[in-house]
Design a protein. Sequence first.
Length: 723
Amino acid sequence: MSDQKYPVGPLAEVGAPLILGRRGFLKLMGGGIFIFFSAGDELFLQEPARSQAGRPGLPTDFNAFLRIGEDGRVTLFTGKIEMGQGPMTALPLMLAEELEVTPDMVDIILGDTDLCPYDMGTFGSQTIRSFGPALRSAAAEARIVLLELASEKLNLPPERLQAKDGVIFDKSHPQTRVTYAQLAQGKTIERHAAQKPALKTPAEFKVMGKPAARRDARDKVTGKAQYAGDIRLPGMLYGKILRPPAHGSKLKNLDTSAAETVSGVQVIRDGDMIAVLHEYPDAAEAALAKIKADYDLPEAVLNDTNIFDHLSKVAPPGRAVAQGGNLDEGAKMAAFTIERSYLNSYVAHATIETHTALVEFKDNKATVWASTQAPFRVKDEVAQALGIPAQNVHVIMPFVGAGFGGKTRNTQAVQAARLAKIAGKPVQVAWSRADEFFYDTFRPAAVVNIKSGVSNSGQIVFWDYEVLWAGERSSQQFYSIPHHRTVVRGEWGGGRGGGESGHPFDVGAWRAPASNTNTFARESHIDIMAAKAGIDPLEFRLMNLNDERMKRILKAAAGKFGWTAAKAPSRRGFGLACADYLGTYLATMAEVEVNKETGAVQVKRVVCAQDMGVAVNPDGATLQIEGCITMGLGYALTEEVHFRGREVKDLNFDTYQLPRFSWLPKIDTVLVNSPEVPISGGGEPPIITMGAVVANAIFDATGVRLLQLPMTPERVKEGLKRG
């Protein structure tokens, strides 16, 4: 391991990320109890645990997750990363709860591939839902080990001892005590509990479920927080990559002579990558602009208008992901049948921080600082690109300026690694905004076809649902429908690369993949049926639900919103939608105002009720709900990638419109506590109802039903013209 010094966050500062190598970390920590799991005779995690399928998984040994220092402070190690969703605040709460320490005693290291247990990546609202239980189990076992150590030191039976706030004491004589720090001083101990202890019940929680301020708030508002683009190393160069005009372009002629006249510039051609390097980023940018390149462009067949017909024609055969009853029998029971198709356009992640990475290659080893959601994936990709063993790559995680699924791909890190190896100096690659729009994966354009029927009594009697290219998440029906079928044709991660099938460019996960599309279609269609039946939208949902938890969340939202029953369109501009996202239930209600002259939609207020079991940090959950609602306004109303052939037309925010502060409605949140429900995630669920709730509110205000996202002013005006 290299002794190279890197930027280090102060350990004593609660929540500050540490950026240092293994040797520096151990030197900084000094003595203490190293609660570790053994892979050979090395401390910490050397090789990821393997699941039964042979893929890396969470370690089964609690020692990989935490360390107790001789000063009594606890360090939490997690392969998860912080990109604004709040794990660096919530995870210490979960650890503190089971370990019996106060949260301010816990420091956290996120995503460092030399120090933290393997993690497949941070996405899908899985941090609390999937990593949280493993972390709690590790902390609970560590607490038992400490109690055993205290029993030996105090010469008392373990059942007489109690742990609280980092101290273990005799329950009968509290003055007889020993601190975690005293137990740890000068010792390195390997021990495990004989049996895995039970986790606390929600009734026993002291820390979890209580509001906690974000640990990163001060650093972010003061500018102290460091992102990949803020890291500086001696002698580093800035790399700028030549971008073709369209996906699938083939280079015909290249002239770099003018670029090479820029003082200090280095022009590199490595396979398909053409780049310029300079010690100043603006000089590199100026040199890049001087490169002359001619390309053969692919034939422009598709565009943002005809893409839906294309996707319908080339979709693969379907697979049923849910079904029951008999659709023909259901159709016979229907008093009326409704058939509609719902569309959504391509949507960009449009993160404020573009893809960025800094790589130092020295002595056949690479150190990487990357803006990524998947640091261990970066480790493998950089190793492959450089032709070195994966253990020779160390990925260090700064803060990430949002990802939304787009930063699971790490092209910029691979580019920086290749350039650093060639140049012999550290290289930083930060994509321009145009690069970001061009190379980013988009949320796939998709089509949903639904045919359904309702009986004279207002019961949904059959439901035939087909989703093309979005994927299955949130497509399965939770309403009580006797005859139903849900078919999926094409996934959100499939159909890459143009040609005669699939998409003209790469697509991938976009915050709550598939669920935005499927919820928009399902909840819009439910509203159409309610209107046709002449039943209030809330009442219609309740009478077609057997799920008591979903009923409760709908009633919670209605109570906060002040919903009163009325058939749509009531001209009030009220809308609602509900959903189940990976175990998190939510119901959203909105009030909108539509300008019939311009087609502009103003969302005036939104109420979101969410049931995620126990909210580990209610303040953090509320912030995520508000953020999802804000971001959801974008895909509902304006965000759409325009293209011709394989050329992306939107390369900046002058044409790709994000939500603005002036758009923001009054937002009210309701956290429904369900201690009997497993704790679920909250980083994505509230966004998935925004398309449907706004569409339903527009219909209630105007009588116009919009079937394509986004619902731009132009589409609203077209709908009003059609009546």
